[in-house]
Design a protein around this ligand. Sequence first.
Ligand SMILES: Cc1cc2nc3c(=O)[nH]c(=O)nc-3n(C[C@H](O)[C@H](O)[C@H](O)COP(=O)(O)OP(=O)(O)OC[C@H]3O[C@@H](n4cnc5c(N)ncnc54)[C@H](O)[C@@H]3O)c2cc1C
Length: 423
Amino acid sequence: MKSKKILVWFRNDLRLHDNEMLVEAIAKSDSILPVYFFDPSHFEYTEEGKINAENNSVQFLIQSVAALRNSLQRIGGNLLIINGSPEDRMPALVEQYEISEVYHHREVATKETTVSSNVEDLLWKLRINLKHFIGHTLYNKEDLPFPIKDIPDVFAQFKKKTERDAIVKGCFLSPETINLVDIEDWGEFPDHSSLISPDLIGGEEEGIRHLNGLFEEGAEIYARHNSRAANADKYVFSSKLSPWLALGCLSPRKVYWAVKNAERKFGTNPNFTHLILGLLWRDYFRFMFKKHHVNFFTDMISDVQHSLSAEAYDHQLKQWKDGNTGHRLVDQHMAELNQSGFISHASRLLVATFLVHVAKLNWIDGAIYFEQKLIDYSPASNWGNWANVANGGKDPRFKNAFDLDKHIKLLDQEIYDPSSASA
Ligand SMILES: Cc1cc2nc3c(=O)[nH]c(=O)nc-3n(C[C@H](O)[C@H](O)[C@H](O)COP(=O)(O)OP(=O)(O)OC[C@H]3O[C@@H](n4cnc5c(N)ncnc54)[C@H](O)[C@@H]3O)c2cc1C
């Protein structure tokens, strides 16, 4: 009898832990073919034709894919590296290796879902099923206390009902062995310019190390918070977990259960609560995208107006991008973004507020620039947060919660304290 071979298409789920797709593929097949596609249209190239890896997010991605390949190799597996788009290369791949089914994780934003639909159509012509998994959120959509179409647009309501009525599931265990489809050549990574040495290194193992490091320090963080809070100088904790969460090197459930463990060890503290709140905001934006699709902010796109000439507009936008606006704090944060690909939530709110409400530029240009620069770029979180800052998100209460006047005043006075900004 013909053996069952499943192709496991890795995208933003670059991990072995808590990966239902991988666990099910192993359970339901005789052998699996794990694949990652480096789509050339997603990268900039140097004059020598190499991928420009000076961009922090490109570097983080390459490290994360390499780490996944190593982890798979450690359990007897491997990762096929394809230099090409899934649409161009998938059909030939499934035919060549006589694949019975393809598994992948479903995304929520337009670009990503379009790729899935295109591949699904191509596979359908070959009578092969593309199975969709959902593994990016803390709460599974079927565990929410409402169908997607009825998810409250108001974040506070979403949070209250979800925390009260839904449960966070346990994590799937990492597989211990893998039976591979027989392949001779597992492919080379695309040629790229040399990697600089960054603060944050991509990959599941590094992500878990970073996560565990936060809680080894748990008691100390708590003490620091309390002493500073007593001086009315609120310390806002930034976990810097977002790059690993964005590429799926860490699952949100893994982070959640690590926090719950830390709470058992050190007691509850505001930093732990803040981390879980962040995961809920992340889920909220993904579910909002799922609910409203492109309508999430189309009304706002047609609304955008400005009175500058094209030349003046481009000049101002470039000043903002280069960190050359003349506002010390905006410039400082933009320089940091350009250099490292990461700035805190408070800094993001500040530079976004400046672009939209002070320079009066089009928020879409700001969101596009963040998309290019952020090491943790994630469509729903980026576009959802930008829409909120531009007063066009779906949550009517955000408009009241986000104190625009305060932000602009602080910008004017250049006395911005990041702890005074909130989501
Ligand atoms: C204009 C703008 C653009 C943004 N673009 C992105 C983006 O592309 N990718 C991204 O992951 N986050 C984005 N955010 C949200 C947030 O700023 C970052 O998630 C956060 O700064 C990451 O730092 P951290 O890991 O230390 O967060 P922590 O405060 O430690 O929070 C823990 C985790 O919760 C999630 N989270 C926290 N706050 C938010 C939020 N408001 N929205 C969505 N998720 C949240 C993140 O995954 C984060 O890692 C954006 C915010 C703004 C204002």
